[in-house]
Design a protein around this ligand. Structure first.
Ligand code: SF4
Ligand code: SF4
Length: 305
């Protein structure tokens, strides 16, 4: 097994030094704090389950690395390095509002996508220079997002699910991933043939960090959603999508004129082009799991997190 300290340091450096991580429109406010890195075993049987839980088109790490590597590549080991990027406290705080996401959060969410795209590119290059096979799924033509009757909205690679395999978090009632850095994070990943130790130590309960139990003991994300998209049985993806579309229709044009919005090459139904992504995440801000593991949500965390 090899030590991946240099990869962890590289990921941290790429985020901290990225010019895109500073929002000029908000006095240089950083988007993300220090990342957390984990590793999923690319042969973990859970990846096969994602073809039922996420989409039949969900990619399998080994097949994927095999497809994009020269024949001579040693694929004895296949692992997925996953990184969590936590939104900075000021960004999260600004979104503890009602009805519409804050301007700061919307800009951070959008430009955060460009950071993930660019750092995936730079990390792949650095690994290739060291002779390591590595591919970040979001950079490839195999990565796609699409609508399906059975899964509503889906993709060929779910970063949340991959982070779950890496033991980096558990699903909340709102279907976002509750991590040691809280739920308000963005996630990136890269598949590699490096022989590295998996960080996965999963509890069988896939909602182990959620304070819910069907929303009975917490459920604050249900109250935070302005359109009632979250219930005791989980997330209504269609309602959530309609709200995010309404936010986009109302805000995107004037945000593009007013703010330094960065586009990212996002594929939808096989068509990749530069797009903007505003998001919402009111259900991830102003809740006990916002910036910490909710089991560690103390009075101090309420004000600092
Ligand atoms: S707000 Fe409460 S119920 Fe909702 S995901 Fe967070 S811990 Fe779970
Ligand atoms: S992202 Fe917004 S619309 Fe979707 S569930 Fe959360 S609060 Fe509701």
């Amino acid at each position: 097994m090899v030590d991946i300290t240099w990869i962890k340091n590289t990921i941290t450096h790429l985020v901290r030094s990225a010019p895109e991580n500073r929002l000029i429109d908000f006095g240089g406010q950083p988007i993300f704090d220090t990342p957390l890195v984990g590793v999923a075993d690319g042969d973990d049987p859970l990846f096969k389950e994602f073809q039922k839980a996420v989409s039949p088109r969900h990619l399998q790490p080994r097949e994927f690395l095999h497809r994009i590597s020269p024949r001579s590549t040693d694929l004895t080991h296949v692992n997925v390095i996953v990184w969590l990027l936590p939104f900075a406290m000021e960004v999260r705080r600004s979104n503890r509002v009602q009805n519409m996401p804050s301007k700061l959060y919307s800009l951070a969410r959008n430009n955060g996508g460009a950071i993930i795209y660019n750092m995936s590119l730079r990390l792949s290059e650095q690994m290739h220079q060291r002779g390591i096979a590595a591919v970040s799924p979001i950079l490839t033509t195999e990565y796609d997002t699409f609508r399906m009757p059975e899964f509503t909205f889906s993709s060929t690679w779910s970063e949340r699910h991959v982070a779950f395999v890496a033991g980096l978090g558990y699903f909340g009632l709102n279907e976002a991933l509750i991590t040691p850095l809280g739920i308000n994070v963005r996630i990136g990943s890269i598949i590699t043939n490096m022989p590295i130790e998996s960080s996965s130590q999963r509890n069988e309960d896939y909602r182990a960090l959620c304070l819910k139990d069907g929303g009975d003991s917490c459920g604050l994300c249900m109250e935070r959603c302005p359109v009632g998209a979250i219930s005791k049985s989980g997330l209504d993806k269609s309602k959530c999508y309609s709200q995010r579309k309404a936010i986009r229709n109302e805000c995107l044009e004037h945000y593009q004129q007013e703010l330094q919005m960065l586009p990212s090459p996002i594929p939808i139904s096989g068509q990749r082009r530069n797009r903007y992504s505003l998001g919402c995440a009111l259900c991830q801000c102003g809740v006990p799991c916002e910036g910490v593991n909710p089991f560690h949500y103390t009075d101090r965390a309420k004000t600092d997190a």
